[in-house]
Design a protein around this ligand. Structure first.
Ligand code: PGA
Ligand code: MG
Length: 226
């Protein structure tokens, strides 16, 4: 039987990227004289990639964003975000040990993020993490993205895994819904950027630290879902 695949979300799950996302977004929207956003705002803005984050910042400030401004603003965001990488972004406590441990235990590890694939790859490479993952896909890798189950299913297949023997771990509604839509169990982490308490998303389980992400837990949740 193919090994179980553990699919991780990136922003707010693997890596605490909020300070850099806020800094790059504020640099971007300053070009249009928008007031800076805060971390609390970010929980409502993040989740569907940079383009949507910019759009939502304009909505937050009751400003109209014309379509022809979008490419310039997106480029401004990407350049700023790339130039600072990894900036203040850091893996959450216990992540590195968990990745090493789970790989030794034979799990396939993958990343399914709505961040642009190139930015996600560069960020994980700058933190020396890319080598842990058999596949990494972003919000622009396919025609669809989380919460569409196809994003998750295609990521598992790319990693060499079996889409019926996998689990998704994430911090937001997109991750938990993608798992549900793909008929897979999910684990939510409460330390990320959800704008609602993660319990309200009804994940299969919640963990508060990566030390709790054990082979026993994953095997239990995957077999319960069968
Ligand atoms: O960058 C985003 O908007 C979302 O990224 P995530 O899917 O890794 O949480
Ligand atoms: Mg996330």
């Amino acid at each position: 039987m193919t090994a179980t695949t553990i699919v991780f979300d990136l922003d707010g799950t693997l890596i605490d990227t909020a300070p850099d996302l806020v800094a790059s977004l504020n640099y971007t929207i300053a070009a249009c004289d928008l007031e800076p956003v805060t971390f609390a705002d970010l929980t409502h803005l993040v989740g569907q990639g940079a383009r949507m984050m910019i759009r939502r910042a304009f909505d937050l400030r009751d400003r109209t964003l014309s379509e022809d401004q979008v490419p310039m603003l997106l480029m401004r965001f990407i350049e700023h975000y790339q130039s600072a990488m990894p900036g203040e972004s850091k893996p959450y406590p216990g992540l590195l040990d968990a990745l090493e441990r789970l790989k030794l235990e034979g799990f396939i590890l993958a990343v399914c993020t709505n961040k642009m694939e190139s930015l996600a790859r560069e960020l994980l490479t700058s933190l020396d993490l890319t080598h842990h993952f058999a596949a990494l896909t972003g919000g622009d890798s396919f025609a669809v993205r989380k919460p569409d189950p196809a994003h998750l299913v295609k990521t598992i297949s790319l990693a060499g895994g079996d889409p019926s023997n996998a689990i998704m771990i994430g911090d937001s509604i997109n991750d938990i819904m993608a798992a549900k839509n793909a008929n897979l169990p999910s684990i939510a982490v409460p330390f990320g950027y959800s704008d609602v308490p993660v319990e309200t998303l009804s994940p299969t389980r919640i963990i508060t630290h990566f030390d709790q992400l054990t082979a026993e837990l994953i095997n239990e949740l995957v077999s319960l879902a069968r």
